[in-house]
Design a protein around this ligand. Structure first.
Ligand SMILES: *[C@@H]1O[C@H](CO)[C@@H](O)[C@H](O)[C@H]1NC(C)=O
Ligand SMILES: *[C@@H]1O[C@H](CO)[C@@H](O)[C@H](O)[C@H]1NC(C)=O
Ligand SMILES: *[C@@H]1O[C@H](CO)[C@@H](O)[C@H](O)[C@H]1NC(C)=O
Ligand SMILES: *[C@@H]1O[C@H](CO)[C@@H](O)[C@H](O)[C@H]1NC(C)=O
Ligand SMILES: *[C@@H]1O[C@H](CO)[C@@H](O)[C@H](O)[C@H]1NC(C)=O
Length: 435
């Protein structure tokens, strides 16, 4: 198992390098963004001082990301004046930003902590934050405003919460979470970071996009482009679908299939960078795993598949039809392989959890194992998500190919014992509170 802390520091060394790459706009129609602030569907363009948009910034901002052993991707931001750095999980499944507070004692462990008295730009706010995520992790805290700096761009007077208590984050390789879902999932009255960046004229287009490299040793491990799309990170065309409820980045999937077996049709799905695996309604996930020959493992809550005696050619593809385009995951893209002593266990990335959107519909979460194969775009103006084949679509860890029908035991995979605490579902589940 790669030690996540070591991975982080190694990657931090490379952090200073930044490469200028061609960027294209994510606009399809030029116009003011239709921003639904705080209440879904209600559009409040007048909240945005459009003159600020034309302050002159024409380039998107690239936030470098680190691949944390394929469990999640993190990046570094700084808060306050002078700035204090925090390692952040950028999460499209929630909306608020929080980092540990200096006042948070034992429950925040050794994480970096924000001290408002040592920042000369901090301003009182006082609103309360309370979030429960889909994996049961929990945080509460108090809002404060300060300068949040993202790749040297200062977002002034940004509201974020200083976390006072948390649970479920002790083994995480990040300090806090920066939410990128719609304002309707955030704490009432607190303008999310992305909307503030837009309002302050810091980005040229009201969209952002993610590239996750599935190779845990690559630098950069990924990138988050604020205000554009990096056309060097995907190939072919982008498929756009409409967001159906402006809360999560939720859309209708045409279907999920395993060869001729239909797992679901007209299924609701969200793109969630804060979730590790692909999560779906339990009964549908059971059907899917049965179709690929995996069996439920009560110990982990995941499904195990035989990757020792079964040959690679015997595993079917899993097909996600989105916007009538088929997005395929083949076997080496849908296994999570861990070392258990001298042998390997192969889990599938299809995890069954019954999670509902804020209208009560059961949903699928296309998490990082999907998003590391497909570049994703989130457009606040057109209210669409876009997906395209990532340039890393075909990356396969060398040792995984040698497993099937080959009992040789020396292979390099993460250790089983450390595995479960890293699988995340950062999908906010207490969204009803603010309706
Ligand atoms: C949060 O932590 C503070 C001290 O850090 C403590 O006084 C308070 O009881 C905690 N609240 C909850 C809900 O855990
Ligand atoms: C927070 O910062 C203030 C001002 O720099 C300092 O006096 C105080 O000791 C700091 N608090 C902690 C708990 O470190
Ligand atoms: C803090 O930010 C919120 C918006 O997110 C804003 O409503 C509030 O006025 C700000 N507070 C101060 C003191 O500027
Ligand atoms: C998919 O195809 C059907 C039938 O051709 C069409 O009605 C529908 O609008 C298409 N959906 C999308 C998202 O393109
Ligand atoms: C069997 O696995 C070993 C160890 O990973 C590898 O060196 C060898 O090439 C594999 N053989 C086949 C036929 O894949």
């Amino acid at each position: 198992m790669l030690n996540l802390r070591v991975v982080f520091y190694l990657l931090l060394i490379g952090f200073a390098f930044s490469i200028k790459l061609p960027r294209i706009s994510c606009y399809r129609t030029i116009g003011l963004p239709i921003i639904n602030t705080f209440i879904e569907q209600e559009t409040t363009i007048s909240n945005y001082k459009s003159s600020l948009r034309f302050k002159g910034r024409t380039n998107p901002v690239t936030q470098s990301l680190f691949n944390q052993a394929n469990y999640y991707w993190t990046g570094v931001i700084s808060i306050g004046t002078p700035g204090k750095t925090f390692i952040i999980d950028f999460d499209t499944g929630s909306t608020d930003l929080w980092v540990p507070s200096i006042q948070c004692l034992s429950t925040c462990g050794q994480k970096a902590k924000y001290n408002s008295s040592s920042s000369k730009t901090s301003q009182a706010n006082g609103a309360l934050l309370e979030i429960t995520y889909g994996d049961g992790s929990y945080v509460n805290g108090i809002f404060i405003n300060d300068t949040v700096t993202i790749e040297s761009l200062p977002v002034l007077n940004q509201a974020f919460a200083e976390a006072m208590n948390m649970s479920g984050f002790s083994s995480s390789a990040f300090d806090g979470v920066l939410g990128l879902a719609y304002p309707s999932l955030g704490t009432l009255g607190q303008l999310p970071v992305f909307y503030n960046m837009w309002q302050q004229g810091l980005i040229p287009h009201p969209c952002f996009s993610f590239y996750f490299n599935p190779n845990p040793d690559a630098y950069p491990g990924g990138e988050l482009i604020f205000g554009g799309v990096d056309s060097t990170r995907y190939s072919g065309s982008i498929t756009y679908v409409d967001v159906v409820i402006r809360a999560y980045w939720e859309f209708m999937m045409n279907s999920v299939k395993v060869t001729d077996k239909i797992i679901c049709t007209k299924c609701r799905a969200i793109l969630d960078t804060g979730t590790t695996l692909i999560v779906g309604p339990s009964s549908q996930i059971a059907l899917l795993n049965r179709a690929i020959g995996a069996t439920y493992d009560p110990g982990s809550g995941l499904y195990i598949i035989d990757c020792h005696t079964r040959l690679l050619s015997n595993f079917p593809d899993v097909e996600f039809s989105i916007g009538n385009i088929t997005f395929i995951l083949s076997v080496l893209q849908y296994l999570l392989i861990v070392n258990d002593g001298d042998t390997q266990i192969c889990y599938t990335i299809f995890q069954g959890v019954n999670l509902h959107d804020n209208h009560g519909y059961l949903i699928w979460i296309l998490g990082d194992y999907f998003l590391s194969r497909f570049y994703s775009i989130y457009n606040v103006n057109s209210n669409q998500v876009g997906l395209a084949k990532s340039i890393s679509y075909s990356y396969i860890q060398i040792d995984s190919k040698t497993l099937f029908g080959n009992f040789s035991s020396k292979r390099y995979f993460p250790q089983f014992s450390q595995f479960f605490s890293f699988v995340m579902i950062h999908f906010i589940t207490n969204m009803f509170v603010f309706e």
